[in-house]
Write a protein that binds this ligand. Structure first.
Ligand code: URP
Ligand code: ZN
Ligand code: ZN
Length: 455
């Protein structure tokens, strides 16, 4: 059996930080103690010194689109590339998405699971629901039995067939989800606001116009809409990739009305502004919802610090530079950017520069929080004895510059090119096995496991 002692790292969980030793035995955490004596170790134990390093539960990216087939093309990072770049980012679990083929949710789920077999890190799935059908409760039951704990709903993308636009039908899906204990997550942009603006638009369709064509008001209105449905049913709702101050204000209003709203945001809405959409590289920064203003960044940063945001995830949806630059018309540029690998260093750098976010909060936002919300805890998102030995060893002092040459996405670019960050992942363990160490990738395709949500 594989025995590893991680010695004298700064072990961080959501409660506290302390210098501790962690003994891994096989795929599980066997002991956590301030000092584990060498004399007590099994004979073949490998000792890994972690002096000066942080030891975190494996990071979870709860919003990824690896190998997304969309708009007649496919994203750059498939499951092999996605697993590899995730390992470099200290990410040991992702929660990706199964599309809805509108015939059978279970078949859609099985299809996605089959595609994901090459994964080298663990993964769970959110199930898209793009169409109401009269027997949908049975379908939802079947995907729950198959291990899915969350649904993904869109309030936009009518043009590509993702929108459930009848309120009663949407409410009925929410009600079924509540009865079955499934979490409903929603991409919030009001389709009507977007189509009204678009119908009277006299401007150009440059990348920068993307921000005007899909304004923050659309996000706020959709949040209010789905929040009210959840409120009427007395159930929670999870808002994916919150991008704006107006959206945040809508969340606050719902919470004041007693609705339980969970919020996810992404590094790009925290640290990038729509000015990135100007200039020749503008298409590289097109994603939906669009980038907003510095004021929006600040509002979301403040919400992060205050505990108003529960999860940071990336919405990793990477197209190559060439794919992105095929068009400079914001209606046809493939939407989405890479981000899984940069997430932890970016959030850690914000924590250092603002002085307002602790390592424990980072662990909560990037690991424990999503693990709990998506039914993966405590096997994932914790360093408790008996759970999966998913461990990220992180040098909090290492300064480096993000660039296409220092990260591993097959997209060939980073949206954070030139960002100086502090904090680097040194080693990533998945279930007791080193999958990245000293800049060498050791992941095994096919070794990733599908995680059944236990909501
Ligand atoms: O532009 C984005 N975010 N692409 C990924 C799909 C989505 O809407 O989340
Ligand atoms: Zn989305
Ligand atoms: Zn997404």
């Amino acid at each position: 059996m594989n025995n590893i002692l991680i010695k004298n790292g700064l072990v961080v969980d959501t409660e506290w930080m302390r210098h501790s030793d962690i003994l891994i035995s096989g795929s599980k955490i066997k002991r956590v103690a301030p000092f584990i004596d060498y004399d007590t170790l099994p004979p073949d134990t490998t000792v890994v010194r972690a002096d000066g390093l942080c030891v975190l539960p494996g990071i979870i990216d709860a919003h990824t689109h690896y190998h997304l087939v969309s708009r007649g093309t496919v994203t750059a990072d498939s499951f092999r590339e996605g697993s590899r770049l995730a390992a470099f980012g200290g990410v040991t679990t992702v929660v990706d998405f199964a599309d809805d083929n509108k015939v059978s949710l279970l078949d859609s789920l099985h299809q996605r699971r089959k595609e994901m077999v090459p994964m080298a890190i663990d993964y769970a799935l959110h199930q898209g629901v793009y169409k109401y059908r009269s027997d949908i409760k049975k379908e939802l039951e079947s995907i729950k039995r198959a291990g899915v704990g969350t649904l993904k709903i869109f309030t936009t993308y009518k043009d590509v067939g993702y929108l459930v636009d009848n309120r009663d039908e949407l409410k009925s899906i929410f009600k079924d989800a509540k009865d079955l204990g499934l979490m409903v997550t929603v991409h919030c942009e009001d389709d009507e606001i977007i189509s009204t603006i678009s119908a009277s638009w006299k401007g150009t369709y440059k990348p920068i116009d993307h921000a005007s064509l899909r304004p923050a008001e659309a996000e706020a209105k959709a949040i209010e809409y789905v929040g009210n449905i959840a409120g009427e049913l007395g159930m929670p709702v999870y808002i994916v990739h919150l991008s704006s101050k107006k959206g945040l204000e809508a969340v606050r209003q719902l919470r004041m009305n007693g609705v339980k709203v969970f919020v996810e945001t992404t590094p790009h809405y925290l640290f990038l502004t729509k000015e990135k959409l100007e200039g020749a590289d503008g298409p590289l920064y097109v994603m939906t919802p669009p980038l907003r203003s510095a004021e929006d960044n600040e509002a979301l940063q403040e919400a992060l610090v205050n505990g108003e945001i529960q999860v940071v995830a990336t919405d990793h949806c990477s197209f190559t530079r060439e794919q992105k630059l095929e068009s400079d018309d914001c209606r046809t540029i493939y939407p989405g950017i890479p981000g899984t690998e940069e997430m932890l260093p970016l959030i850690h750098t914000f924590a250092l520069t603002s002085g307002k976010l602790s390592l424990s909060q980072i662990v909560n936002l990037l690991s424990t929080g999503p693990a709990k919300l998506f039914g993966l805890y405590p096997e994932k998102g914790s360093l408790e004895v008996g759970t999966d030995a998913d461990i990220t060893i992180f040098d909090p002092d290492c300064s480096w510059t993000i660039s296409k040459d220092t990260i591993h996405s097959a997209s060939g670019y980073s949206a954070y090119e030139g960002f100086n960050v502090t904090g680097k992942v040194i080693m990533t363990y998945l279930r007791g096995r080193l999958i990245m160490g000293d800049d060498i990738y050791l992941g095994l395709n096919g070794d990733g496991r599908f995680l059944r949500a236990k909501r």
